[in-house]
Structure formats: C-alpha cells, structure tokens
Ligand binder design. Structure first.
Ligand SMILES: Nc1ncnc2c1ncn2[C@@H]1O[C@H](COP(=O)(O)OP(=O)(O)OP(=O)(O)O)[C@@H](O)[C@H]1O
Ligand SMILES: [Mg+2]
Length: 360
C-alpha cells in the first residue's frame, strides 16, 4: 500500500518487476514517483514485511528506482482519469464528498482542535477524510496531527501527508521553521485554490476546512471556491462569543452556503465531585443555532457541546487528538457524537429527486 496514495502499489504502476529463484529468494523492483521520495524507507519496509509473510519466502531484496516522466504521467492519469481537466474535484456534480468549513466569530474557541478530532473520529470509523488548513497565517493543523513530513510532489500534483488515516495539507508544510506567512487576500485565495486543485485527495467522504476566525478574506474565498461547502459554526457558551459567532454563520445568507450546525465548545469543566462548572456561562450554542435558523429560514441544529478537558489540549500539543488518545473522556465522546451525526447526514438535496408523490 503506498503510504501517501493509499492504494496498492500494484495498481499504481509502481511494481516494475518481481523475480523469484528456486530457493525462494525474491527480488522486487519498485518504482518511486520521485527521486527524493521521503517515504522510500517506509515503502521498502512495507514490501519486505508483506513478502516475508508469504510462506516459502527466503530472502527479500527491494530495489528502488524512479519513474520516468512517461510513467509518472500514466500514474497521474490513473489517479485523476486520463486528460482530466484540472479543476476542483469537489465541485464536480458527481462528487460525493461533503465539504465542511469550520468557522467561528472569535479566535481561540477551538476550531482547529475540533476539526482534527472530527476528522480523526470519522477516519477511525473507516471513512475517507481530508483536512485543509485554510488558516494560512495561523496554521496549526500539522502540529495537531503530529505531521512533520513535507508533502511529496509528483510534477504539479501534491500528495498530502497522512496521519491517523486523515490526509492533511497546510501551508505550514511548505515553510521552513516558524516563518510567518505575510500574505494579503489575493495570495491567500491562490494558496487555497492550489490546495483544492493540485493536492491529490482522491475520493473522500468528508473534507474539513479549518478556517481562521471571522468573516475575512479566507471565509469569502472558501465560499467562492467551494460554493457547496457547508459551514460548521464553533462558539463558546458566552453571550458575547455567541453574538460574533452568529455573524460568522450568517455570512451563509450572503454566500448562499448552508450552515450544517453549531458546535459549542468549552461548555463546562467537570469538577472532582462530578459537578459541572460553567466557566464561560451557558446557552451560547443553542442561542446561535436558534438565531441562525431564524435568520436563514431553515433549522440549524446544535450538533453537540464539548466540555473543557485538559487532555484535549494535551492531545493537541502532542499531535495525537483526544478522540484517539483519551477515547473514554467526555470530550472525546462529545466529539465522536458530532462526527457520527455528520457522517449520518444525508447528502444535500440539490440536483436530486425529492421522492415525494402527490396525494391521490
Ligand atoms: N474543550 C477544550 N478543553 C480544553 N482546551 C481546549 C478545548 N478546546 C480548545 N482548547 C484549547 O484552546 C486553545 C485554542 O484552541 P484552537 O487552536 O483549536 O482554537 P481555534 O479556534 O482554532 O483558534 P484560532 O482562532 O487561533 O485558529 C488550544 O490551546 C486548545 O488546546
Ligand atoms: Mg485555529
């Protein structure tokens, strides 16, 4: 299985030759997509392990070579379909990917933490999930997912690193060290567009975009580039935060997007005696959902409330999201519940028959 493309190397044209002698010694020639492939050791080890498990195998030797331009083109055609026009695959009418833009009014309410946890929870259920870090200035997804590997480039195609089954891309994977990205709106738009066109995600069940706070350039670019994306609004229970969150959600009325739901974060802290301390007050999530529903003329659900939990922060710091590192915590349970609700949502009705019959 290719670690980035997540398809068998036999299907990708990466297996050049296999020779077996009478004593069971196997010599395999594998074609890498590019010369400096960062995963050459992983691929070698995976091939050795797979062959070692075959009864009768004696020695395994793996020779790595590099694809020719022609072979690379064949690989790209196989992935994207021959001569595929380069566009945004998620906008194709045939795309079954649900695209969620995770937004908020205020900063620091937990968008990025929630994005990676929802993605990991869905991937753990066997769904195919991608994450785009659309917070170009304040990128945080690589750290939250523990990704230090740079994406592999196959000509103009970029292969996103995979962590916990989630394919993720971030501008943070392209800058060295902790360099600031000082870009204005048009550059942010271009970066996002390139992530959507040049990064090979393959077929996804869900794609999450982690937005910067507020209703600025990026939120508008997302709406333009992905008109069928739906907004997930994150807020804390505090009235002041809820008011700003409502604005972030009601941008949907202007862009024609839908709001998939509201997620309340930092809802309470469980104390040692089991009681709940509502540090940021209460009711913000429900209030935002209700007011957005009224403003947009369609019900907006409160998808869940996530408690304050030190292990959630620790999971972010260590690059192992809480839904995987502390599965039993109440916060992980709440996040899983939201992921399940999103996974179970039927696809939008646009362009599909409604299945209603008139009463006779
Ligand atoms: N439920 C929670 N319990 C404990 N800590 C949390 C919780 N949610 C978020 N945090 C912590 O709060 C901080 C902000 O979270 P995060 O970076 O996910 O927010 P954000 O909305 O993406 O911020 P920004 O607006 O800067 O992008 C992080 O340190 C994170 O670990
Ligand atoms: Mg963030």
């Amino acid at each position: 299985m290719d670690p980035e493309l997540r398809r068998p190397i036999t299907e990708l044209g990466m297996l050049k030759d296999v020779q077996i002698d009478g004593a069971g010694n196997v010599r395999v020639e594998v074609l890498l997509t590019i010369a400096g492939c960062p995963l050459r050791e992983t691929i070698t080890a995976d091939v050795e392990r797979a062959l070692g498990a075959v009864p009768g195998t004696a020695d395994v030797s793996v020779q790595l070579e590099v694809m020719s331009a022609q072979q690379r083109q064949e690989l790209k055609d196989r992935l994207r379909g021959p001569g595929a026009a380069r566009g945004i695959p998620f906008n194709q009418p045939s795309s079954l990917t649900r695209v969620y833009a995770v937004a908020s009014g205020k900063g620091g309410v937990g968008k990025s933490s929630i994005t990676v946890n929802l993605a990991c929870a869905m991937a753990a259920r066997g769904l195919r999930v991608g994450v785009i870090d659309a917070d170009v200035h304040g990128f945080s997804v690589p750290g939250l997912l523990g990704i230090s590997q740079a994406p592999t480039r196959v000509d103009e195609m970029i292969l996103p690193p995979v962590a916990y089954g989630v394919k993720a891309i971030s501008i943070g994977m392209f800058v060295t060290g902790n360099q600031p990205v000082a870009w204005r709106g048009p550059m942010l738009h271009r970066a996002l567009e390139q992530f959507l066109t040049d990064v090979y995600f393959g077929d996804l069940d869900a794609l999450f975009l982690d937005l910067p706070p507020g209703t600025g350039d990026v939120a508008i670019s997302v709406a333009q580039l992905l008109p069928s994306s739906e907004i997930l609004v994150v807020t804390t229970p505090q009235a002041a935060a809820a008011e700003v969150a409502e604005r972030a959600g009601s941008i949907a009325a202007q862009t024609g997007q839908q709001v998939a739901g509201v997620i309340e974060n930092m809802s309470w802290l469980e104390l040692e005696d089991g009681s709940r301390m509502e540090i940021f007050g209460s009711g913000g999530g429900a209030a935002v959902a209700e007011r957005l529903g009224t403003a947009l003329g369609a019900p907006v659900p409160l998808l869940g409330s996530i408690p304050l939990e030190p292990r959630l922060r620790e999971g972010g710091d260590s690059g192992r999201p809480i839904v995987l590192s502390a599965e039993d915590s109440a916060a992980a349970g709440a996040l899983r519940g939201i992921a399940n609700a999103l996974a179970a949502r039927p696809r939008g009705l646009a362009g599909r028959p409604l299945g209603v019959t008139p009463r006779s």
